[in-house]
Design a binder for this molecule. Structure first.
Ligand code: NDP
Ligand code: 13P
Length: 328
């Protein structure tokens, strides 16, 4: 498989970071932005300050205003924008190519995972999922990061992981695409919950309990949807859940803190909050849990708070008064 050139489509924080990581891995990288004017500005300043303020870009990274085809394609727009983006791309440019999905979310309306969206729009693309504990600023600055790269064919996934690995970016190959996708999407929902616990000053013990019960709930979801609970012991599960549920750097956690402080979703969004994928994913995850018959009280709780149908005090009282049960 030819794996020399990479296009990263989507010039936000994560797209820019992944383009930077791919360049550090020795690939020839094109960061595909929305238009030529944006691309020229990035190429002349050697920065993408709108996405990653102050970050100098690698010399082997070039920005472009349109996607024209490469050996590897990485999609890095928000989960809700992936279908729209793909509708602008000739599927022939993706046929037979590894297409790496890096957004962490489930699609509103269709309840689709990102690889399902890809295969609906470009059926001959070869889907891979990249997820794990990795803040864009860390990856772009060359701080040590390890992630999971899941694909259907073990040898090809290992080859792709090797092509994207650099001195500070370490992808581990895996085969459970469904488990990795669900974990990446759900950890954002639990990060909203953990932020809310802290915003409402409910204590570190409550937050730790939430992480543990969230992990158990995530395992039920992954298993019901055809993935493996074992996947969650890795970077895309435990790793990312830990990072996002405990760091104020996480945008989902920040959004949750605002919810916990009693601010309604619409007001937080209007005040210019950064992208928090869990807000759109919570109702989708709740719908999926219902359709698969999974008991998911934490997802339901986040969904209710995000939708303004309940408040933190009512949610906590409800969760604490559920019938006592065995842990496993
Ligand atoms: N930031 C991080 O640390 C990490 C993020 N991720 C995931 O990556 C995904 C993207 O996040 P992130 O980059 O941080 O978000 P940002 O908000 O920083 O950037 C999103 C980018 O996508 C662009 N975009 C949106 N819609 C389209 C479209 N239809 N066509 C082309 N470009 C589009 C936006 O352009 P414009 O501004 O012009 O609208 C913007 O440049 C999310 O799913 C997130 O969970 C995963 C790991 C780490
Ligand atoms: O996915 C991430 C880190 O792994 C980024 O999390 P946030 O989108 O919550 O900032």
């Amino acid at each position: 498989m030819q794996l020399e050139t990479v296009s990263v489509i989507g010039g936000g924080a994560w797209g820019t970071a992944l383009a930077q990581a791919s360049a550090m891995a020795g690939r020839a990288v094109t960061l595909v932005l929305r238009n030529e004017a944006q691309a020229q500005a990035v190429n002349s300043s050697r920065r993408n300050d709108a996405a990653l303020p102050g970050q100098e870009l690698h010399p082997e990274l070039e920005a472009a205003g349109a996607f024209t085809g490469t050996d590897i394609v990485i999609l890095a727009v928000p989960a809700q924008a992936t279908r729209t983006l793909l509708s602008t791309i000739d599927p022939n440019l993706l046929a037979g190519r590894p297409v790496v999905l890096s957004a962490k979310g489930l699609e509103t309306g269709t309840l689709a995972r990102q690889s399902e969206v890809l295969l609906a729009m470009a059926p001959d693309a070869i889907p891979y999922v990249l997820s794990g504990p990795s803040f864009a600023a860390d990856v772009a600055a060359g701080r040590p990061t390890a992630v999971t790269l899941a694909g259907d064919d073990a040898n090809s996934t290992s080859e792709l992981a090797a092509a994207l690995a650099g001195p500070t970016f370490r992808p581990y190959a895996a085969d459970d695409r469904i488990g990795v996708e669900i974990a990446g999407a759900l950890k954002n929902v639990y990060a909203l919950a953990c932020g809310a616990v802290d915003g409402a000053q409910l204590g570190a013990s409550a937050r730790a309990a939430l992480i543990a019960r969230g992990y158990a709930e995530m395992a039920r979801m992954v298993t019901a949807m055809g993935g493996s609970a074992h996947t969650l012991t890795g970077l895309a599960g435990l790793g990312d859940l830990t990072l996002t549920c405990t760091s104020t750097q996480s945008r989902n956690y920040q959004f949750g803190m605002a919810l916990g402080a009693g601010r309604p979703t619409a007001e937080i969004l209007q005040s210019g909050a950064k992208l928090a994928e869990g807000v759109a994913t919570a109702p989708v995850a709740a719908a999926l849990a219902r359709s698969f018959g999974v008991d998911a009280p934490l997802i339901d709780a986040v969904d209710a708070v995000v939708a303004g149908q309940s408040d933190i005090a009512t949610i906590v009282a409800g969760l604490m008064s559920r019938p006592l049960k065995r842990e496993h």
